[in-house]
Structure formats: structure tokens, C-alpha cells
Design a protein around this ligand. Structure first.
Ligand code: AMP
Ligand code: MG
Length: 430
């Protein structure tokens, strides 16, 4: 390792929000997950699927009645009311022997989820019928196909139901269960090192002196890493002193990604970029025109030798990416979501997705300065379709208590000084 002060990139690479996000997405697209493992179905919830899941039978496996009522031949209902002979009753789960074949003029009582009988092409809802012994009077016409889901119409046997790269949410878990999969192959979670920096920062089990601050960033970041599909590796707090910072950064490069918090601003003791430069780091950006989070740094360094030797991966990564996130707790959280999350998702094997904004009506006027794109903690409230959004009243980027009350961010373009109540504003959910 080169000793002394290495150069921080010059001129500084400050990008617009969109440029920075695209750059991160481009680099994330070149990343690969680290191996696969077999897990029990429910253990897989929230993880990233590593194999296709195929339909082991037709979905549905038989023409399925969608309503309680009478299976009929639609052509028998040209004159209304129509009277049909009832030749049987078909329950959900009925075997072949309990399913009659319908001839013209005939019907069968049928329950939701039961197989429609051969000869029937529709089901009339029980609400539109009146039963008299062996006969039923039908008051309403149906078209062929009404209230019956044809066999194989949702998926044919052998068809792909789920693709690798999908995050297994409750709907995907339901599909896997329907296909009889009690185990699934998922990608191994990437290890993400988390390194908080700052002379004033102490860990949570140490009583803080009057001028000290408890480390919250390592914990918020760890929780965000877990939610994104990674395995956080918490490193000890780094002081604002190059030698110890260097040791801990070297440890961090043993993971698949390194997240640093603090020490990336312009202060005399903000040493993170200098020390990263000693690792032959390539800086991809050193600031973004956003607030909070302007000093955010993104880059990569050649892989540590320890790591290459340790892992028997066919094509080991040649770089470890890092983010230097600003240390103000709200800035740390926001910049993680905007930039670090897609990299973790890519390392976790997840198919890339774009950042999605919603639009909501502004409840009260916003006045701000121009020049930076702002992601301000906000509260989306109201009932049903009547939602409105307003800024959370906050004391700046250190105010974590306000972040707990906020459920989204209002996105303010860099050229707006005033946004009136009632205007539509883009919102990023959190
Ligand atoms: P920095 O980015 O290092 O200039 O820090 C900006 C602000 O965030 C300072 O007020 C720090 O005390 C605070 N801060 C930095 N790191 C942490 C942390 N790990 N937990 C809580 N607050 C922090
Ligand atoms: Mg600091």
C-alpha cells in the first residue's frame, strides 16, 4: 500500500441526480450474484429466485367453475326464462364418476372451484335461478365461456411461471406452492460491509460523553442492506485518522460491497476519499446535485488478494464497489435508497428495475431554493383515493425522529422555488 496522502480525484466528479443514477445502474448491470442455495419455501420469502419454476400441470387443471350456480349449455338459454332439468350436483373436488355429461335441456348444480361437466359451456350464478325439485328456472342469459376458467388458460403444463431474478413476494410464494415446490433454489446473499466513521461517534453499548453521538448509521444501513437482499457485515467505528481508517477499509474490501458513512464532506478531517485513493480506487462520482446527500461518493477498487484466493468462483469479480455516503443520518438513508440499493440488488441476483415515482397532490405550499434536486421527508395521508402529501417538519438531515414519521419523499426539481398547494408532485415511497 502506498503510504502518505494519495490524490483525491480532480476535478471533482459532481453529477446530476439522473446521471448518477444511470451510472450506478450501468455498473450494477455488470454484476453477478455469488452462487445458489436450496431453501425451504417460506425461508425463500424475500429472497431472489435462482431457477425457473415451471407449471407441473395445467393451471387450472380442469375447466373450473368460478361461481356457485348451474352449469348449462348457453344455447339452451335463447328464450328466457328457460327451464332445464337438473341431472346432478358437482362439488369442489368431485371425482370423474360424480360428473355427469350434459345433454341439451340439462343442467347440473355446481359449486365454486368444481370441474365444469362435459357438455356445459357456462355457469349461471345461483342468484339468477330458482329451483323447483328436479328442474331449475333460469332468469338470465349467459354467453359460452361465462364463469368457467378453461383448463390450462392460466398456464400450460411445462410453461414457466417464475423466472430467475425475481424477488419472492407473497404472490410468487403462492405460485411456487401451487406448483408443488416445497424447496426453491435462491441466490446467496451478498456480503455488504458497513463502516461508520467519525471521532465523535461511539457505539450503542458505550455511554456517550456530552459531545459524542451514538452510531445510528451502521444500524440503519444494516437494516436497509437486509431489506435489499444483502447480508450486512458491521465493522468497528473508524476514527478520523488515516491509519485505522485504512485498516478498516481494507477489511471492508473483503466483502462484496463496502458502504462507508461519514467523512466525505469538505472538512479538514473528512479523510475517506483520500484513504480510498490509496487503494487505487477509481472514483465514478464524488458528489451529486441533490439534497440531502450532495457529498455522496461512488467508486470501485481492485479486488483484495485475500478475497480472490478465498473464493473459488469461476469468474471472480475484479473490483469491489464502494459508496461513501454522507454521515448525516437522513442523508445516509436517502443516498442508500437512491444509489446503493440497485447495486446490492444486482449482487443479490435480482433483475434490474427502475426507480418508480408516484404523483400526489400537495397539501400545503413548499418554498425552497433552486439548484439541487431535493428528496425531502414527507407524509402521505388521507383516505382511499383522497391522498395528499406534505413535507414533514424537520430539523435538517440529522433529524432521524422526523424520518420515522415520514412515509415518503417529495421530489422537488432543481428549478422550482415555489410549489403551490394542490399541485401534483412526484413522490418516492419508502
Ligand atoms: P460527516 O458526514 O462525517 O461530516 O457527518 C455529518 C453529521 O452526521 C455529523 O453531525 C455527524 O456527527 C453525524 N454522523 C456521522 N456519522 C454518524 C453515525 N454513524 N451515526 C449518527 N450520526 C452520525
Ligand atoms: Mg465525520
Amino acid at each position: 500500500m502506498i503510504s502518505g496522502m494519495a490524490a483525491v480525484p480532480e476535478p471533482s466528479l459532481i453529477l446530476s441526480f439522473e446521471e448518477a443514477r444511470h451510472l450506478v445502474e450501468d455498473h450494477a448491470a455488470g454484476l453477478h450474484p455469488r452462487g445458489k442455495e436450496l431453501v425451504e419455501l417460506l425461508e425463500g420469502a424475500g429472497q431472489i429466485l435462482a431457477e425457473p419454476v415451471l407449471a407441473d400441470r395445467n393451471f387450472p387443471p380442469f375447466p373450473r367453475a368460478m361461481r356457485d350456480g348451474y352449469a348449462v349449455r348457453a344455447a339452451d338459454l335463447s328464450q328466457l326464462p328457460a327451464t332445464l332439468v337438473v341431472i346432478g350436483e358437482i362439488k369442489a373436488g368431485a371425482g370423474k364418476e360424480a360428473i355427469p355429461v350434459l345433454q341439451p335441456g340439462q343442467s347440473a348444480a355446481i359449486m365454486t372451484g368444481a370441474p365444469a361437466p362435459p357438455g356445459a359451456d357456462a355457469v349461471v350464478m345461483v342468484e339468477h335461478t330458482s329451483r323447483h325439485g328436479e328442474r331449475v328456472q333460469i332468469m338470465k342469459a349467459v354467453a359460452a365461456g361465462d364463469n368457467i376458467v378453461p383448463a390450462g388458460s392460466e398456464a400450460k403444463r411445462g410453461e414457466r411461471l417464475l423466472s430467475p431474478g425475481l424477488r419472492l413476494d407473497y404472490a410468487a410464494i403462492a405460485v411456487a406452492a401451487s406448483a408443488g415446490r416445497n424447496r426453491l433454489l435462491v441466490y446467496r446473499k451478498p456480503q455488504v460491509a458497513v463502516l461508520a466513521t467519525g471521532d465523535e461517534i461511539v457505539d450503542i453499548d458505550v455511554p456517550p460523553a456530552a459531545s459524542q453521538i451514538r452510531n445510528s448509521n451502521s444500524y440503519s444501513l444494516a437494516a436497509q442492506v437486509q431489506a435489499a437482499g444483502g447480508e450486512p457485515v458491521l465493522l468497528p467505528i473508524a476514527p478520523d485518522e488515516p491509519a485505522r481508517l485504512r485498516e478498516l477499509i481494507a477489511d471492508g474490501f473483503e466483502s462484496d460491497l463496502l458502504l462507508l458513512a461519514g467523512g466525505v464532506s469538505m472538512g479538514k478531517y473528512d479523510l475517506v476519499e483520500q484513504v480510498l485513493a490509496e487503494f487505487q480506487a477509481e472514483f465514478l462520482f464524488t458528489g451529486v446535485q441533490i439534497q440531502p446527500g450532495k457529498p455522496a461518493v461512488f467508486g470501485r477498487a481492485p479486488c483484495g488478494r485475500g478475497r480472490l484466493a478465498r473464493e473459488e468462483v469461476a469468474s471472480p469479480a475484479s473490483h469491489v464497489y464502494f459508496f461513501g455516503l454522507p454521515g448525516n443520518p437522513v442523508s445516509t438513508m436517502v443516498t442508500f435508497e437512491l444509489f446503493a440499493r440497485p447495486v446490492i440488488e444486482a449482487l443479490a441476483g435480482m433483475t434490474a428495475r427502475k426507480l418508480a415515482f408516484l404523483n400526489a397532490r400537495l397539501k400545503s405550499e413548499i418554498k425552497t431554493r433552486t439548484g439541487l434536486k431535493r428528496f425531502l421527508p414527507a407524509i402521505l395521508s388521507g383516505e382511499f383515493e383522497q391522498t395528499e402529501v406534505e413535507l414533514a417538519r424537520w430539523q435538517g438531515s440529522g433529524d432521524v425522529a422526523t424520518m420515522v414519521r415520514a412515509n415518503c419523499y417529495i421530489v422537488i426539481p432543481p428549478d422550482r422555488e415555489r410549489i403551490a398547494a394542490g399541485e401534483w408532485v412526484p413522490v418516492l415511497m419508502r
